[in-house]
Design a protein around this ligand. Sequence first.
Ligand code: ATP
Length: 287
Amino acid sequence: MVSAAAKVNLALEILGKRVDGYHEITTVLQAVDLADRLVLEDADVLELRASAPGVPTDGSNLALRAARALGEASGVARGVRITLDKRIPVAAGLGGGSADAAAVLVGLSRLWGLRWPVARLADLAVSLGMDVPFFFRGGAALATGRGERLEPLRGPALALVLVNPRLPASTAEAYGRVTAEMYSDGGRTRALCAALRSRRPLRVAAAVWNALEPALEPGYPITRMKAALLAQGALGAAMSGSGPTVFGVARSFDHARQIRTRLTRGSWACWAVRTLGGPAIRVAAGA
Ligand code: ATP
């Protein structure tokens, strides 16, 4: 069994638009302990079974794309049966698809006995999605460029509450709605990095920031979810990635659980999570 943990973006800024059409971003990624579980079994063909509705099981699934890409790049002519227990909400800004892709690369490398250096696996990973390589090392990292240049960071352990309105959001649509007024100079992300270095959760909480929040359509209750977190005593709150999940920084894990209980409503899903200091991808013994 391989577990694939989600990420939140503690800070995200858009610096401008690049000539290749992508946005230049600067963001701090942080792994958290809400994880999908994947079982990989040797098979003649590539196949995927997923537990949750809304997860594509055809060739567009990032887990299958990762398996195909690794098969082609390594020359291993085997299939694999992937059973995906989906716990990370889909299209939520938590990087679930990318985490699954990273999990398949790590798990299949082991199953197939590949002894690739991490850098070679990371090159393949980035071809599947900008944030896929982040999940190998996990912890906290500063990502720049299109989000693919990574620099590890060390920070305090944090207890967070994730709130999701049970509505999917498209990353492409959010970036499509970015206007020049949303550009900034990276100062907020630098402040977040300094807060992490201080190891003080309160400083981190005060520095969380996501420039993409105004790029979401008004139908998403981003402001209301943040306000609800703060009203319950969260020390700071921001949206993760291209949303619509928001996170709040709690005073402790107990506090995070209290907030989760109070905010879980018919229309919102909530989780109390801890940040992970190490890899987002973990292979269980014997797998
Ligand atoms: P990111 O923050 O990395 O842009 P996200 O966390 O917002 O992405 P994902 O859950 O990765 O979103 O899903 C984005 C889209 O990818 C979904 O609309 C879904 O159809 C597709 N997808 C492909 N493979 C997967 C997978 N294994 N798990 C979830 N979604 C997947």
